[in-house]
Design a protein around this ligand. Structure first.
Ligand code: BDR
Ligand code: CA
Length: 312
């Protein structure tokens, strides 16, 4: 199975992604690392531990960064994920504890333990990945792939006309990640806004798998209400869990290659600027930037089917 570390800010769609990964026999989850984002980092850590306890899997959880690298923190989006990150369902605190290592150190140690074999799946702001690169730049060459949910190439943003939330929360860290010498695959709003998860699918998963499915169904109601009121859709867009599907079966997606850089100030802050391969821009910002695989197409039916069957 493919060895993965999930870097996360749970988060309702993070919870969907994590249960999806735990159930996928194609994947071997070596650990969860946490970041601020949907909630403060201490709560993200608690929530990650809660998810391991519900799923009854023993996977280490390592706590990561509490703040953006450079900018002032933005408010946590209670109106999307609830104050508890799980749609205000009053779930009890977990029993377990995080490991002593930081998220960045956990990433480094795990990647060095299995050189060339570990894929990092990032579902939140990218401070832990940037911190790992700073502590040990060689890890970039030792990672199999970084699959991240964030950004947008041509679709509108969700926190500004051009910016997606995970990138906006730490644009400097994101720019470090997109320009480092590792294979990055970006799963942004270009594809996640093409897939709508609704209560029919969630209800069937709940019936087949009451524990995890029931938890996801209850959390998702707050999230679905937000999407209905903001976008007028009956369901929620499929962000974080898309990365897990990509790790299991990349053929569900269509990718384009190009350089990605992140705007770090001004009204375009948080924008992921996509320069398709072959367009040789003379501006220095675009020299020697590694090629990111940017997902632009998705087979929505196949993706939702994989999610449902894996979790059922
Ligand atoms: C991303 O932002 C967070 O709210 C979600 O968990 C997802 O990672 C979507 O823009
Ligand atoms: Ca997330």
């Amino acid at each position: 199975a493919r060895k993965i570390i999930i870097d996360t800010d749970p988060g309702i769609d993070d919870a969907m992604a994590i249960f999806f990964a735990f159930q996928a026999k194609e994947l071997d989850v070596l650990g969860l690392t946490t970041t601020f984002g949907n909630v403060p980092v201490e709560l993200a850590t608690q929530n990650a531990i809660t998810l391991t306890e519900i799923a009854k899997v023993e996977v280490p959880v390592a706590q990561g960064v509490a703040l953006p690298s450079v900018i002032e923190p933005r408010p946590h989006p209670d109106f999307v994920h609830g104050k508890d990150g799980f749609g205000n369902i009053n779930w009890p605190a977990p029993k377990g504890k995080a490991v002593k290592e930081s998220a960045a150190q956990f990433i480094i140690d795990t990647v060095r333990q299995y050189p060339g074999e570990v894929t990092i799946i990032a579902l939140g702001p990218l401070g832990n990945l940037a911190a790992a690169l700073k502590l040990d730049p060689e890890v970039a060459e030792l990672v199999d792939e970084v699959i991240l949910m964030g950004g947008t190439a041509i679709e509108y943003g969700n926190v500004s006309p051009v910016a997606e939330a995970n990138i906006m929360n730490d644009p400097h860290a994101a720019d470090v990640v997109f320009t480092a010498p590792w294979q990055v695959t970006m799963i942004g709003l270009d594809v996640t806004h093409q897939v709508l998860l609704d209560n029919n699918v969630l209800g069937r998963i709940k019936a087949a798998n009451p524990e995890e499915g029931g938890f996801l169904y209850d959390c998702a109601q707050h999230y679905i209400n937000f999407y209905s009121s903001r976008f007028g859709v009956h369901g929620c867009y499929f962000h974080d869990a898309s990365t897990i599907a990509y790790a299991m079966d990349p053929s569900i997606f269509g990718v384009e290659l190009g350089a990605v850089r992140v705007a770090c100030e001004g009204i375009g802050i948080g924008q992921t600027i996509f320069a398709p391969q072959g367009m040789d821009f003379p501006e220095p910002h675009w020299n020697d930037v590694p090629m990111t695989q940017v997902c632009m197409e998705v087979d929505s039916e196949k993706l939702l089917k994989l999610f449902e069957t894996t979790l059922s």
